[in-house]
Design a protein around this ligand. Structure first.
Ligand code: BES
Ligand code: MN
Ligand code: ZN
Length: 498
């Protein structure tokens, strides 16, 4: 791997400037957020005045509507020290939420980052809460980073320096740390699977631990065998790259060792489907199958960098699901770490096997609560589409907390049911359970039901991010590729725990 890929957090230069009025700051661009239907209200009024009513005229002419993610560049606007004014829409006032603000900020910086820029000034709206300022800062820092890790000619270049006005410096600093987490998760997902495999993924986690002062433990294949993690080992057996388990520990509360929460991530660095081979088209994006682990490592990194007063672990199972001559087979029976025997009906249902052993490791640590993130099922995308993550739980209050945290930062989630009747679908005639349901109906739920077997009754919520973790097409606010799904939600969740 090149040095570029092993740089842990992105470390963009982002600062707050409360001393100067935005119109007076020399920069290549000034970004202004406007509300649909009231273009010149609030913070925009000052810029409208400074430019001699430019915004009023453009709004009247219908050139600027303020619709969500509308992005209009005005060159040489009078009365501004900045060379260019970028007006980005938020939509109507009553529909603006934190997600809108995150995406609008990302849209503006994505637009500007198509060329190298030294200095860009963004104007925070005076009506935004400090949480909204954080997410705007995060969105701006995420929007200017593309998925072009391997392109000689970059499509996106992060600004040399980003300056926020009208925003409290501490909120700007927190937003930058959140963005570092999101961009870290995105970079890990976007790294080619031949560069990011279990060992190099674990190396990345070690680099992150080193930079953020977390403890790290890495289990190699020998340690996994000693720990009876036969399900993780089975999934990895068809690959020349042996599996790993990574445990990050962050103690921000006290040294008593009480764990408020355990974060668990699926880290399948490439999912070919194994002997139940995927068709080529479905395999193309399967470097994204470690997005759950990337989200957990990145969220832990941001939580540690923010020094939140909480104790937590992040435990991730890393394996490559391949078809080598030692690959696990259909009809195999695997004894998971917990002792549960699993009959293999489909080697493409590998994520739940990896998580079975990781959840058992975590159960032994007796955390107060568990949350896992996994690109677990195509069925969840059938149910909820590309943008919404599925939630599954054995404990409603815990699920409600996670849903509230996710929605408060603009990450949409939707809960699916866990009726006991679904358990019948994973019964096996030869082992305790089998690794798929009967047929494909309700596949996201039967997968979650499988996981539930391994949490030992600890309050647990599973987040299926198969849809939102990876964008195959660009959107106004992103070039596509890894999205950093759930990093912001989990950081917000951790803040609520302390
Ligand atoms: N990694 C996939 C799920 C996935 C699909 C993630 C599309 C992102 C986008 C998972 O390992 C898988 O293959 N699941 C199977 C389960 C089935 C065999 C029961 C699926 O969803 O088809
Ligand atoms: Mn699979
Ligand atoms: Zn998978």
């Amino acid at each position: 791997m090149t040095a570029e890929f092993s740089a842990a957090l992105s470390a963009q230069a982002i600062s707050a400037d409360s001393a100067q009025r935005p119109q007076g700051i020399e920069a290549e661009a000034l970004v202004l957020f406007v509300t649909e239907g009231q273009i010149t209200s609030g913070t925009a009024a000052g810029i409208d005045q400074a430019t001699g009513g430019l915004l009023t005229r453009l709004a009247a002419a219908g050139e600027i509507s303020g619709k969500p993610c509308e992005c209009v560049s005005l060159l040489a606007a009078p009365g501004l020290a900045a060379a260019q004014l970028v007006v980005v829409g938020l939509g109507p006032r009553d529909k603006i939420d934190t997600g809108t603000i995150y995406r609008a900020a990302a849209t503006a910086t994505r637009h500007l980052s198509s060329r190298p820029r030294n200095r860009v000034v963004l104007v925070a709206d005076s009506l935004w809460t400090s949480r909204q300022v954080e997410q705007a800062v995060a969105g701006a820092a995420v929007g200017m980073v593309g998925q072009d890790l391997y392109r000689a000619e970059k499509k996106r270049t992060p600004f040399r320096s980003t300056i926020w006005t009208g925003a409290p410096a501490d909120a700007v600093a927190r937003g930058a740390l959140i963005a570092d987490g999101v961009n870290l998760a995105r970079r890990l997902v976007n790294t080619a699977p031949d560069d990011l495999y279990p060992q190099t993924f674990a190396d990345e986690a070690a680099a992150v631990a080193g930079r953020t002062g977390m403890e790290i433990e890495i289990w190699d294949e020998h340690q996994l065998a000693r720990e009876r993690c036969r399900a993780i080992l089975a999934v990895g057996r068809g690959s020349a790259r042996p599996p790993r388990l990574v445990k990050l520990t962050y103690r921000g509360a006290d040294t008593s060792g009480n764990l408020a929460v355990a974060l668990v991530g699926k880290g399948v660095t490439f999912d070919s489907g194994g002997l139940s081979l995927k068709p080529s088209d479905s395999m193309l994006t399967m470097k994204c199958d470690m997005a759950g682990a990337a989200a957990m490592i990145a969220a832990a990194a941001t939580i540690a960098a923010m020094k939140l007063p909480i104790n937590l672990v992040a435990v991730c199972g890393m394996a490559e699901n391949m078809t080598g001559s030692a690959a696990y087979k259909l009809g195999d029976v695997i004894t998971a770490r917990s002792g549960t025997t699993i009959e293999i009906h489909n080697t493409d249902a590998e994520g739940r096997l990896v998580l079975a052993d990781v959840l058992d490791v975590v159960r032994e640590l007796k955390p107060r609560r568990i949350v896992d993130a996994a690109t677990l099922t195509g069925a969840c995308m059938v149910a909820l589409g590309h943008d919404v993550a599925g939630l599954f739980t054995n404990n409603q209050p815990w699920c409600d907390e996670i849903a509230a945290a996710a929605r408060s930062v603009g990450e949409p989630v939707w809960q699916l049911p866990m009726y006991p009747e679904y358990d019948e679908q994973i019964r096996s005639d030869v082992a305790d359970i089998k690794n798929v349901g009967d047929g494909r109906w309700g596949g996201a739920i039967t997968a979650a039901k499988f996981l539930e077997r391994f949490v030992g009754g600890i309050p647990w919520t599973h987040i299926d991010i198969a849809g939102p973790s990876f964008a195959e097409k660009p959107r106004p606010w992103t070039d596509g590729g890894g999205s950093g799904s759930m990093v912001r939600a989990l950081v917000e969740l951790a803040r609520g725990q302390s």
